[in-house]
Every structure is written in structure tokens, then in C-alpha cells.
Design a protein around this ligand. Structure first.
Ligand SMILES: *[C@@H]1O[C@H](CO)[C@@H](O)[C@H](O)[C@H]1NC(C)=O
Ligand SMILES: CC(=O)N[C@H]1CO[C@H](CO)[C@@H](O)[C@@H]1O
Length: 771
């Protein structure tokens, strides 16, 4: 019986004897039961004789050094085994860890580690030694590595737990779960726990290899100790003296609960506060003592004797009481406040510290109000007055008044700083009066500040706002709206050509009345009595051909008091219309704006002025040239009067000179207003302005030219316009041609005048190009 023998072999180490029987039993399971029975039933071996291979499992201990001679852990047996056959092993660890000898003995050659590999699967073949032919089917078997207690329990790192203070005894704090690599189905892998300290407050229970830490008492108090560090030992082989063990420490934090009440740190608090302090101003801190953590501090303050109407207590971040102001203070009325404040707190559970005679649950608070020099105080912060617009019989509006609240009681002077304010204030009495009449239609509300200041040097000031509402009077005449009317050529009698309305700048809602100020033979007006009026045609037959002006004089009265009326002239266009009175073309009934012919005339005049200016410039240049040419030598200028060309111009039938001359200074000129008569061309009057200007320039030139000849000569040129076909006799004009003048001296003037010289000079290049 192989199994039996293997089991017997295992029992060799004396120490393990008892244990191993169990191990064999445990690890072999049901199979082993069968095998264990086999010795008492040898017949079964015979029964199984038909089976060729005989084994199930083989066992070997881990951590055993290979022995010499090597340890046999079992024997392969096969009914076909003869001397000329041999066994061959294959599978996990075959021929390396495990080998088979010529008798079929399986030998272990290496040290095994169950924690690495606990079962090896192998298969055996039986072959003929010579032919190598298999003599039987292969069969498999397993080698089980048996556990020994070669591992210690291991704790997870950083173990910690927490529990609220004053929890009941027996409350679970935390569980500890160490692990052991050894076979957990044997005591080698089972663990028991033990507390090494803290056993007065905590205990640990083994529950399925897990250590459960519980409290022993309900007296944990965070305020006394907030953290415990406890050493725990874990040992395998529970219940036995020996075994491997490990220790660790766990941290147990005690969580805070609100179990301490808040108390005052002092019995008396004293504060000072200025009387002009703003509402909400922090007056002082009522420090409280509460051993709990900040989130569990929740003191409630009560101010006694209705002083809570003046003062307020709120919590700051540190959960101390902040005393603040609820109403304005006045030193002159009350300069000292003294009251009691209670502090109380609802707690979840009660700490024993909460009792005692010395707990300060009530404190006396004294507040001294400090006098401050205060600015004047107006009887109201904002005054509202009304006044009618327009001329006033009395300028009085009303009065403001202010007082110095201090005991000093300075006199007050009033003023209005805005110089544009239409209101003046009496500096002593505070009476407000109008400086000028107001117009509601311009500004209906005047808002200004009145200053009150203490009548002492560096006296304090304060302001009050005054709203002066300007009340309406009916002082505006109504205005016509929608007065853009037209009549269509195909309109028949009775057609309503438009509806006019009215608008009034004055405030009150009005009923406007419409009438025609002058009866019209063509149109009638119908007052709709809803502030509109319809204009109706009396007869049709209007035509854009006829150049008639149709004007309606519409009178509107606003029906107010005093009544205001207006008369508006409405021009009615005559138009050709499409269906639905849509305008196609309207006859312009007044010629406003500038016509094309007038524009032409203006343009001509501008050109003329331009030509004259150019002439003057050229003339001056010519004079200079003459001076250079005849620098010495006396020159007499003569007054020459050129007569105009007269009627000779009549021969030049291409142009009407009168147009030019009249265009220059006759604004009433209109082309086509009548045939121009050549005979009319007398002495063509020059453009007075232009000639005057030229003469002025000449005079000015003569006056200021130091090189000039001391003789004043005035040439008077009749000016006929530069466009004359006859050309001009004027020497001015001749200079404009410039052809026979020598401008070569310009070259000598330097590079700046080169361009000019090229333009006017008889340059070689110039003449060449003209050829
Ligand atoms: C005023 O009366 C006329 C005629 O009764 C009417 O056509 C028009 O719609 C009215 N206008 C308003 C604004 O009520
Ligand atoms: C088209 C039309 O009937 N026009 C008349 C308007 O009134 C004037 C008199 O004011 C008549 O001369 C027009 O014939």
C-alpha cells in the first residue's frame, strides 16, 4: 500500500507525528479515507489488480533539504512492469525535482516551498527498455507539498481607528486583520491576537482570524486624552505555546462630541464706543471658554433687560461673542450702558466638567459712550417742495432747518454751494427762495444740496437734499403734428386728404380744438373731438399743371387756462397719385434751394477770382524781373485809361459778355429771365470786389516795396472777363501768356526754383520737345 507507506515515511520527524496524521487526513480528503481503509480490506487490492497503475497522491514536506540517499516519496507500480521495462516521468518538475529510478521509486531531489507551489502534476509512462514502446497507457498523479509553519503573521501598515468620546462600553473601535502565508486550513496559517497595553480601556477578540478591538468603558474623554497608541501581537498556532508571532501598534483617535458647555472667560467686560459709530460696528469681544473642538462650540448669548434692542451679539470664527451696535448712539442722551449677558449651550452629552460653582455663565458688560463733535443734523435728510413755473408772485419755497446735536450747540449757517442753483437760502433762517423764474418745460425737477455748517472756524458741515418740483402752468401753445398733406389730382369732393393732430409741451392732458383760421374754398376741416382733425376736400379737379399754392391756416386751441392758441400754415401739395392716394409725382409749390443756372453763375465767379489771383502773382514776378533788368534808370509810370471795346463785341456773336459781368455782382441774376441785349453792354462793370482787391494789393505793394519807385501810379483796368474772345488789352493779361518773357534768371535763383525755371524758361530741352 503505497499511500500508507508514504504516510508512514512522512511521520519520520518525531515532532510532527501527531499533526501529520491529521494533515494526511485533511489533505487527502475522501480518497484517503478509502486508502486508509485498504489495509483492513486486502481483497480490494486484488479487485483493483485489473487496474494497471496504482497510486493517487504522493506527499512531501516543504523546506526539506535533499537527503543522501535521496528520499523516496513513493513507488510507481504497474502490473506490466518487468525487468526489461522502465518508468518515465513527465510533467511539472519531472526529471528535475522529481525522478524515478529503475524500481519505480519516486525521489525528491530539491527543497520545495509550499508557499510557492503546493501541488505538482506529473504523469508516468511505462516503456519497454529496448524498443521504447509504451507497455501501458500513461497515467497521471500529483505530489502534494505539505505545509510546515515557516511563515509569521504580517500586519497591514498604518493601522488606525477612531471612536467618539463617551461611547458605550463594547463599541467596536476597529478591526485588525493580519495575514499568514502558511496554509490557512492548518494552525500554521491561523492567527490569534492579543493587546500588549491599553487593556484597561480596550480589548481585542479573535473572530475568524480577525482581531476586533472594542472599548471596555464608556469614560473615554477627548478633552483628557484624544489619542491612544496600542501594541497588538498576532501569533499563529492559536492556543499553543509556540508559533510565529508579530507585533504592531495601532492609533486610536478619540473624536470630539459637544459635551462641554461654553462659559465666559471673565465676569466683567468693559468697552468704549464713539457715539457716531456706524450701525453694526464691533464694540468688543466677549471671550468664551469651551473645551470642545471649534465645530462643537455653539454658545448662545442672551442680553438681559431689553438691551438687546441696542446691542447685538454674534459669533466670530473663534466662536466668541462679538458685541455690536444695533441703533445709533447719542452721548447727549445716554453716555453709559450696563447690562448682563448670559451664555448657554446645548450639548449632546454632558461632560463632568460642566458642573461646578465657578462656571461663569453670566457676565456684566459696561459700555461707555464717547462724545464726538458731530456735524449739524437737518430736521429731514431730504426735503421736497413744489413751485409753479413762470412768473412768481412770491419767491418763497419753504425752509430747511438743522441743529448742532452737541452740547456746545453752535449756531448753524446755511448755504447752497451750486452757483447755478435757481434757489437761494437764507443763511440764518434757512428759508429757500427763487432767484429766477423757472420753466417746467426746460427742467421739471431741480435737485440741490443745502449745506449746514457750524458757525465757528473749522465747524463741521452736513448736507440735506432738496427736491424742487416745478409745477406746470399752461404757458405753451399747441403745435400741429402730421401736417404733411397732399391732394391728388383724382381726388373727388369729400375725400379726406389727411388727419392732423396736436402736441403741447405743457403737462396736463388737454382737449385740443381745431378750426380753420381762414375759410378755404377748396378744403374744410372737421374736428374729430379726439385731439385730431380731418381735412376734407370740398371739390375735386386739382391739377399739377396749375401753379396754384394751397395753404391752410389751422388754428389749434389747447383748452387750458389760460387758453393757448396757435395758427399753423399748412401747404398742401398737388400730386398725381396711384390707387390708394399713393403719391407718384408732386408739383413743387415753392422754389427753394439753388437752381442749376445759379450754380453755374457761382462757379464762373469763383473761376474769375482764381484767374485774378494768378494774374496778381504773375504781375508781381514780372515787376521784379523788370527791376532786375533796369536796376538803374528812372521809370515813370503813367496812368492809362483803356476804353472798353464797346459795341465791337457785338460782332463776336459767340458769347454774351453781360452774363459774365452781371454774374459777378448781380445776385438776382437768373438765366432765361429775358433776352440779353448786346446794346446793353456798356462799359462792362468789373467785378467790383475783385478789382478792389487787386487795387488794394497794388497799393499795399507800393506802400511796402522799399525798392519801389517813389511815384505812385494807378492803372485802372476795365475788366471784361478772361473768357472774352476778343482777348484783352490789359498788360496784366499779356503777362499770363508769358511766351515772350525771359525767365532765365530763375535758373540763377538756385535749385529751389529749378522747376519753375523749367516751366517758364526758354530751356533747350523745352524747345526741343516742342519741335
Ligand atoms: C379720432 O376720431 C376719428 C373719427 O371719428 C377716427 O377716425 C380716429 O381713428 C380717432 N382717433 C383716435 C386717436 O382715436
Ligand atoms: C381745384 C380747385 O377747385 N381750386 C379752386 C380753389 O380755390 C380757388 C379760390 O380760392 C379757386 O380759384 C380754385 O379753382
Amino acid at each position: 500500500m503505497m499511500k500508507q507507506s508514504s504516510c508512514r515515511q512522512m511521520t519520520d520527524p518525531g515532532f510532527w507525528a501527531g499533526v501529520l496524521v491529521i494533515f494526511c487526513t485533511l489533505s487527502m480528503g475522501a480518497d484517503v479515507h478509502q486508502t486508509l481503509k485498504t489495509p483492513s480490506m486486502p481483497s480490494r487490492v486484488l479487485q483493483r489488480h485489473k487496474r494497471d497503475w496504482k497510486w493517487d497522491k504522493l506527499f512531501v514536506y516543504e523546506e526539506m533539504l535533499p537527503k543522501n540517499p535521496p528520499e523516496k516519496i513513493g513507488k510507481l507500480e504497474n502490473t506490466f512492469f518487468t525487468k526489461s521495462s522502465r518508468f518515465i516521468l513527465s510533467g511539472e518538475g519531472a526529471n528535475d525535482m522529481f525522478t524515478v529510478n529503475e524500481y519505480g521509486d519516486i525521489i525528491v531531489n530539491a527543497m520545495l516551498d509550499r508557499e510557492k507551489k503546493s501541488v505538482y502534476k506529473l504523469s508516468a509512462s511505462l516503456i519497454d527498455s529496448k524498443s521504447g514502446k509504451p507497455l501501458d497507457k500513461d497515467d497521471t498523479f500529483i505530489v502534494v507539498v505539505q505545509d510546515i509553519n515557516d511563515n509569521s503573521p504580517v500586519f497591514p501598515p498604518d493601522l488606525s481607528g477612531s471612536i467618539s468620546e463617551s461611547s458605550k462600553a463594547g463599541t467596536i473601535v476597529m478591526t485588525v486583520n493580519a495575514t499568514d502565508a502558511d496554509d490557512g486550513s492548518t494552525p500554521n496559517g491561523r492567527i490569534e491576537y492579543k493587546l500588549l497595553n491599553g487593556t484597561d480601556l480596550f480589548n481585542i477578540n479573535n473572530e475568524n482570524d480577525v482581531g476586533v478591538i472594542r472599548t471596555l468603558k464608556s469614560s473615554l474623554d477627548r478633552e483628557k486624552q484624544s489619542q491612544y497608541i496600542i501594541a497588538i501581537k498576532a501569533k499563529d498556532m492559536p492556543g499553543m505555546e509556540n508559533g510565529n508571532s508579530a507585533t504592531t501598534t495601532v492609533t486610536i483617535n478619540i473624536n470630539d462630541v459637544n459635551d462641554n458647555i461654553a462659559t465666559f472667560k471673565k465676569g466683567k467686560y468693559q468697552f468704549n464706543v464713539k457715539e457716531d459709530s456706524k450701525l453694526g460696528t464691533e464694540i468688543g469681544v466677549l471671550g468664551v471658554e469651551d473645551k470642545d473642538e471649534i465645530q462643537n462650540k455653539n454658545p448662545k448669548f442672551t442680553i438681559q433687560n431689553e438691551f438687546d434692542k441696542v446691542f447685538d451679539i454674534k459669533l466670530n470664527n473663534e466662536k466668541d461673542g462679538i458685541l455690536s451696535l444695533k441703533v445709533p448712539l447719542d452721548y447727549e442722551t445716554n453716555s453709559m450702558y450696563k447690562f448682563y449677558v448670559n451664555v448657554d449651550e446645548h450639548t449632546e452629552s454632558k461632560s463632568p466638567d460642566n458642573q461646578g460653582p465657578n462656571l461663569q455663565k453670566k457676565a456684566e458688560v459696561s459700555i461707555h459712550v464717547i462724545d464726538v463733535d458731530e456735524p449739524p443734523v437737518f430736521s429731514k435728510t431730504e426735503y421736497n417742495f413744489n413751485i409753479s413755473e413762470g412768473p412768481f408772485s412770491s419767491p418763497n419755497i419753504g425752509a430747511v432747518s438743522a441743529k448742532d446735536p452737541d452740547n456746545t450747540g453752535y449756531k448753524i449757517r446755511y448755504s447752497i454751494e451750486d452757483a447755478n442753483c435757481p434757489v437761494a437760502v437764507d443763511p440764518v433762517q434757512g428759508h429757500l427762495s427763487l432767484k429766477r423764474q423757472l420753466d417746467r418745460e426746460q427742467q421739471s425737477l431741480h435737485t440741490f444740496k443745502v449745506t449746514a455748517h457750524e458757525d465757528v472756524p473749522n465747524g463741521l458741515k452736513s448736507y440735506a437734499l432738496v427736491n424742487l418740483k416745478v409745477l406746470d402752468i399752461n404757458d405753451n401753445a399747441p403745435e400741429l403734428i402730421n401736417g404733411n398733406l397732399h391732394v391728388c389730382e383724382n381726388d373727388i369732393a369729400g375725400t379726406i386728404i389727411g388727419t392732423v393732430g396736436a402736441y403741447d409741451k405743457d403737462e396736463s392732458s388737454k382737449r385740443f380744438h381745431f378750426t380753420l383760421a381762414k375759410k378755404s374754398s377748396n378744403f374744410s376741416l372737421h374736428d374729430n373731438e379726439n385731439n385730431t382733425a380731418s381735412i376734407e376736400l370740398k371739390q375735386g379737379g386739382f391739377s399739377t399743371e396749375r401753379s396754384m399754392k394751397y395753404v391752410l391756416e389751422i388754428e389749434i386751441s389747447d383748452g387750458g387756462t389760460p387758453e393757448q392758441k396757435s395758427i399753423t400754415l399748412v401747404q398742401i401739395k398737388v400730386c398725381t397719385c396711384q390707387t390708394g392716394r399713393r403719391i407718384e409725382y408732386c408739383r413743387a409749390y415753392a422754389q427753394t434751394g439753388v437752381s442749376v443756372s445759379a450754380l453755374l453763375a457761382i462757379l464762373l465767379c469763383i473761376i474769375t477770382i482764381l484767374v485774378i489771383v494768378i494774374l496778381i502773382v504773375l504781375r508781381r514776378r514780372y515787376q521784379k524781373e523788370v527791376l532786375i533788368a533796369k536796376s538803374s534808370g528812372e521809370i515813370h509810370e503813367q496812368l492809362v485809361t483803356y476804353d472798353e471795346e464797346g459795341g465791337g463785341e457785338m460782332d463776336t456773336n459767340g458769347y454774351d459778355v453781360s452774363i459774365l459781368s452781371s454774374a459777378c455782382h448781380d445776385s438776382s441774376f437768373r438765366p432765361g429771365t429775358g433776352p440779353s441785349l448786346y446794346a446793353v453792354v456798356k462799359k462792362p462793370p468789373a467785378c467790383k470786389g475783385d478789382m478792389g482787391m487787386m487795387i488794394e494789393v497794388k497799393k499795399d505793394e507800393a506802400d511796402h516795396d522799399r525798392d519801389g519807385i517813389p511815384y505812385d501810379t494807378l492803372h485802372i483796368y476795365g475788366y471784361e472777363g478772361s473768357e472774352s474772345l476778343a482777348g484783352s488789352l490789359s498788360s496784366l493779361d499779356s503777362s499770363s501768356s508769358g511766351s515772350n518773357l525771359d525767365y532765365d534768371f530763375l535758373h540763377e535763383w538756385g535749385p529751389r526754383f529749378r522747376t519753375l525755371a523749367q516751366l517758364y524758361g526758354v530751356d533747350g530741352s523745352d524747345t526741343d520737345s516742342s519741335d
